[in-house]
Design a protein around this ligand. Structure first.
Ligand code: ADE
Length: 226
């Protein structure tokens, strides 16, 4: 998978890909991340990427021309399945969306800033608008990093069997069950006996029951179709 990220602050997007699972995925060649500084697509000496909004009002708006130049250049080199715009008024990011996006070969992620982008960018180039939650960030970069993490870990080969994404919370509309590791007893606090019983059907049944109970208690909205 190849992900092209268009941003005015590429520095924010460096460290998430320089450690742990995402770094390993890149090193293994399972994903390519390309950061594009929007200022490199400007034509004036000041490298202007934003301007006042027509009609007046506070806040600057990201201009269409540098974005058009960047997206057109990328599209002339390969086909993209989605051009995603990170924005608080987009569709809320959920596991199912991450699952679907992980199947794509090439995607572009455009990070908004200031008051957002000229509406014509959204009308002409953007195929999907994603929000990471009902709050406003200073820009789309942190949302883009988060989206990349959620998507990349689903690419086959990124996680080993021992950390398979299939058992994550939300994969079956349930929260994950509690987990324990050694020691089996610490300061008198014991691990549930069933987990050390060696009886795997029983362990599986316990996990399912716990997942359901946890979901009922913490996220009953996930069970609305039950
Ligand atoms: N940019 C600013 N706020 C955002 C949000 N909540 N989700 C995605 N992109 C954003």
């Amino acid at each position: 998978m190849r992900i092209d990220i268009i941003t005015v602050v590429p520095d924010i997007l460096k460290s998430p890909f320089e450690a742990s699972i995402l770094q390993r995925a890149i090193k293994k060649g399972l994903v390519e991340i390309h950061l594009h500084n929007l200022r490199d697509y400007t034509t004036d000496n000041y490298k202007t990427v934003d301007d006042y909004q027509f009609g007046g009002g506070a806040g600057m708006v990201m201009m269409i021309e540098p974005i058009d130049k960047c997206i057109s250049e990328l599209k002339s080199e390969r086909e993209y399945q989605e051009v995603i715009y990170m924005t608080p008024d987009g569709e809320r990011l959920q596991q199912k969306m991450a699952n679907r996006l992980s199947l794509h070969e090439n995607i572009i992620i455009l990070c908004g800033h200031y008051k957002g982008v000229d509406q014509r960018v959204r009308d002409q180039f953007v195929t999907k608008e994603i929000s990471i939650g009902d709050y406003v960030l200073s820009g789309g970069e942190l949302g883009a990093a988060l989206l990349c993490d959620a998507v990349i870990r689903l690419i086959p080969g990124v996680l080993g069997n021992e950390t398979s994404a299939l058992t994550d919370s939300f994969q079956d509309d349930l929260l994950a069950p509690p987990v324990y590791t050694r020691p089996a007893e610490y300061k008198g606090w014991e691990v549930p006996k069933v987990l050390t019983s060696g009886n795997f059907p029983k362990i599986e049944a316990w996990r399912e029951e716990q997942a359901l109970e946890r979901t009922r208690k913490l996220r009953p909205d996930l069970l609305k179709d039950e």
